[in-house]
Every structure is written in structure tokens, then in C-alpha cells.
Design a protein around this ligand. Structure first.
Ligand code: ATP
Length: 439
């Protein structure tokens, strides 16, 4: 874990938020490489959902919603609470289900009885800060989909079964945020809500469970590091009839990165009750009117980001690049899937004290830049520069050498095999496009 955290900071994936002021409450900022990688994860999820499945559309709801939404969803009443105990002397709080000791872990003081603590973040809307102006930063993105169910049905003229996909920020005032970006107070979710006939819910649950596991495997996660855990009936959240967690094997244990939930008709029936709008679906052919059941796939962008990093991180003993500096050191290789890697291509002049090489390399960089996420690097020995690129998962390194000047070609080095081949400059774009899209 500490190695990954340090790589993230050193190479511009993730920085502590407001770091110059000492950071802030377990919030993190995604740096130049982090934002590319995160966008890639969101893009492959979005493309998979919207393009690969029938009857699937997307939307993007507001973070702030009418507070009645949170009454109807149960967040203000039944469900969204953690039980906490508080230290009687230093007032530090701990999750009751996590603390094994009867005393404060910090100062040893006695603890109170467990008290309920709502995880929603409160805010005020408008110019007067009174109770009427209170609303919440959404603790989950899915409610924005449920309250728009009718709008989507009508505007898109769709029939059930249908899915609505969404990616967006959610906020939870977690008591014990920890494990880097695994548990934070501000995070992103990629959620899909599948509306189906109640009699078909069990079938669709199994279908989506398999599909979601497949997505992680197809995106490069190793089979031995991912598993499905069935949640026992007694542990189910208030809205759910069945839940499985997709878990990743982090160094701090098997942990949930996504949940698949059969939410029954909890959401639509409650929103009908609270809003007074009949959200039942009418099947014109069978003349049946009913509340669809919802199968939800709810993944964390940040948690899958973390799992992809964990899975890709390798240290190679003795060095791969065979430069004098590297042979004794361990080299870091980040073997991210090519769809997820932030930088696809690096352009490197063999040496930087030959202006002709630098000029040619810069021309190649300008040529490729509109097509691929590229980096240009001329600092240090070529071996060191390969290592720097391996460390951030760059798929191909292109080296401009003396032969390039005569032949108008360059070498392409493959990150994983380290094999190099010569390619004509004029064929570069099509060859790289092919290599980056084919499996
Ligand atoms: P946990 O039990 O770990 O708190 P949860 O069961 O409350 O998670 P869900 O409400 O099912 O999580 O949320 C769906 C997904 O959203 C999770 O699988 C996770 O990927 C992501 N998520 C939830 N809470 C956080 C958080 N505090 N930080 C980062 N991601 C989160």
C-alpha cells in the first residue's frame, strides 16, 4: 500500500487534497495522470453499458435534490446510519461495529453506549441558513435515476426491461475514512439501474452479477484477486432483497469494490408514496400496471481505480531495462490494461544533445498528440526514460535514433514484452491505432 501511495504522489496520479494546508479530512485530488486514468475507467464502463447492452440509456442528475427524496429513500429515517461510540475523555468517535476494545484506542478513556450517526452531509440552499433551507449532498447517485424514471420512459418511449446508467459524485460523512482512496468522504459512483418485471428480477440479478464480474476481468483484473460474496439475509440494507459484493483482494483484506442489489420495488413505491405521483409501469399489451423491480449495479470509480492500480503494480528484481543504473535496483512496472493506462505513447529522442534527433522526435510527438495521450521525454539516459514510462504504465515507447533520420522510421518498444520493432513514420498512426484497439 505505501508503495502505491508513494508512486501515486511521485508520478502525478493522486495528491492529498489541499496539501499545502496539511490536507483535508481524507480527501484526495487526482493529478494529471490520475485524471486520465480515471476518465479511461469511466469511459470503458460507460461504453460497455451504453453501447453493449440493449435498452440502456444514460443520464446525469444533479447532486443537490429536494430533501424529500431522502425521506422517501429512507436515508433520513431507517437506514443510513452508522452506530458510533464516543470516548468520554477525548471525544474521539469509533464505529461500534469496528471497535473491539471497550476503551478509546487513542487515550484509553471509557466509551459511551452506541449512538446513531447519519452519514449524509448537510448543506443549506438559498440565502437563509434555517431548517427550511437544509438539503444534503447526495450519498448515492441512484436516487437521481429513480425520480427521473417517468421522464426517461416518456421522453425515450422505452419499454421494460430497461437500464439507466449514470456516473457521478457522492458524499458520505464516513466516520473512519481510511486505506487511501478506498474509503473517502467524497467519491464517484458508476451505477446502473435495471428496471424489470418482478417475476424476472431473480434472472436479471444473476445476469448482471456475471456481467459485472466479467467487466473487471476484461479490464485486466486477475482472476485470483476478485471474487463474489453473497451477503447474508440478516445483513441486508433496508432497501434490498438480495445483495452480492464484488470484492478485490487488497493488501488490507478482501474488500467490496461494487455491489449488485435487488432493490425490489422499494424505491419506486416509496417515491410514489411521498411524491403523490403514480410511478407504476403500464404494459399496454398485457394491460398490467405494476412497480418494476430494480436490479442495481453500484461500483465505485475510486475503488476500482485503486483495485486496477493494485493489480497492475509489479516490482521486477534486478532490472528489466539492463542499463548500468538499473541492474541492481528493483524496477516498477505498472501493467495496466491498455484501455486504462493514462499515457499510451511516449516519444523519446535517443539522446538529447543531437538537435536533429530532438527535432525529429518533436515532430513525431506533434504528429501523434491529436490521436493518443502522448508524452515527450528527453531527460536522462534512454534506459532511465524507459523505466520512467514503465512505472506509469505507458504502453509504447517510440525512440528516434540515427537510423530514423535516414530511413524516416523509429522503434516501437512494447511495455510488456520489451520487444522493439522498426516502423515507418507515415504508418505510425494506423499501426498504433491497431495495436491499441486490438486485444
Ligand atoms: P461499505 O460497506 O464499504 O461502506 P457500501 O456497501 O456502503 O460500502 P454501497 O452503498 O453499496 O457501498 O455503494 C456502492 C459502491 O460505492 C461501493 O461498492 C463502493 O465502490 C462505492 N463507495 C461507497 N462508499 C464509498 C466511500 N466512502 N469511498 C469510496 N467509495 C465508496
Amino acid at each position: 500500500m505505501s508503495k502505491i501511495v508513494s508512486l501515486c504522489k511521485r508520478r502525478g496520479f493522486i495528491f492529498p487534497s489541499s496539501e499545502i494546508y496539511g490536507g483535508f479530512g481524507s480527501c484526495y485530488d487526482f493529478g494529471p495522470l490520475g485524471v486520465e486514468m480515471k476518465n479511461n475507467i469511466k469511459k470503458i464502463w460507460w461504453d460497455e453499458m451504453i453501447k453493449n447492452y440493449e435498452n440502456m440509456i444514460g443520464m446525469d442528475a444533479a447532486i443537490l435534490m429536494n430533501p424529500q427524496v431522502w425521506q422517501a429513500s429512507g436515508h433520513l429515517t431507517a437506514g443510513f446510519v452508522d452506530e458510533l461510540v464516543e470516548c468520554k475523555s477525548c471525544h474521539k468517535r469509533f464505529r461500534a461495529d469496528e471497535i473491539k476494545s471497550k476503551n478509546c484506542l487513542d487515550c484509553g478513556g471509557g466509551l459511551t453506549e452506541p449512538k446513531k450517526f447519519n452519514l449524509m452531509m448537510k448543506t443549506f440552499v438559498g440565502s437563509v441558513e434555517d431548517e427550511a433551507a437544509v438539503t444534503y449532498l447526495r450519498p448515492e447517485t441512484c436516487q437521481g435515476i429513480y425520480v427521473n424514471f417517468e421522464n426517461v420512459l416518456n421522453s425515450m418511449r422505452m419499454k421494460i426491461p430497461l437500464g439507466i446508467a449514470q456516473i457521478g459524485k457522492a458524499f458520505r460523512n464516513e466516520i473512519t475514512p481510511k486505506d487511501f482512496i478506498y474509503r473517502t468522504r467524497e467519491f464517484e459512483q458508476m451505477e446502473m439501474q435495471w428496471f424489470c418485471h418482478p417475476k424476472e428480477a431473480a434472472k436479471w440479478f444473476d445476469y448482471w452479477k456475471t456481467e459485472r464480474l466479467k467487466w473487471y476481468l476484461n479490464s485486466g483484473i486477475k482472476k485470483e484477486n476478485i471474487r463474489i460474496k453473497e451477503i447474508e439475509k440478516s445483513q441486508l440494507p433496508h432497501y434490498a432483497k438480495r445483495v452480492i459484493d464484488i470484492e478485490y483482494k487488497f493488501s488490507f483484506g478482501w474488500k467490496e469494490i461494487e455491489g449488485v442489489h435487488n432493490r425490489g420495488d422499494w424505491d419506486l413505491s416509496n417515491h410514489s408514496k411521498y411524491s403523490g405521483k403514480d410511478l407504476r409501469y403500464y404494459n399496454e399489451e398485457t394491460k398490467e400496471r405494476y412497480f418494476p423491480y430494480i436490479i442495481e449495479t453500484s461500483g465505485g470509480v475510486d475503488r476500482s481505480f485503486f483495485a486496477f492500480l493494485y493489480d497492475a503494480y509489479q516490482e521486477v528484481e534486478g532490472g528489466r531495462t539492463k542499463t548500468t543504473e538499473s541492474t541492481k535496483e528493483r524496477e516498477i512496472l505498472l501493467k495496466l490494461d491498455k484501455k486504462i493506462a493514462p499515457i499510451k505513447v511516449a516519444v523519446l529522442p535517443l539522446v538529447r544533445n543531437k538537435p536533429e534527433l530532438v527535432k525529429k522526435a518533436k515532430e513525431v510527438y506533434q504528429l501523434l498528440k491529436p490521436h493518443f495521450m502522448c508524452q515527450y521525454d528527453e531527460l536522462g539516459s534512454i534506459g532511465r526514460r524507459y523505466r520512467r514510462q514503465d512505472e506509469i504504465a505507458t504502453i509504447f515507447c517510440l525512440t528516434v535514433d540515427f537510423e530514423s533520420l535516414e530511413q524516416d522510421d523509429l522503434t516501437i518498444r512494447n511495455r510488456d514484452t520489451m520487444k522493439q520493432e522498426r516502423v515507418k513514420t507515415k504508418e505510425l498512426i494506423s499501426i498504433l491505432k491497431e495495436k491499441l484497439t486490438n486485444n
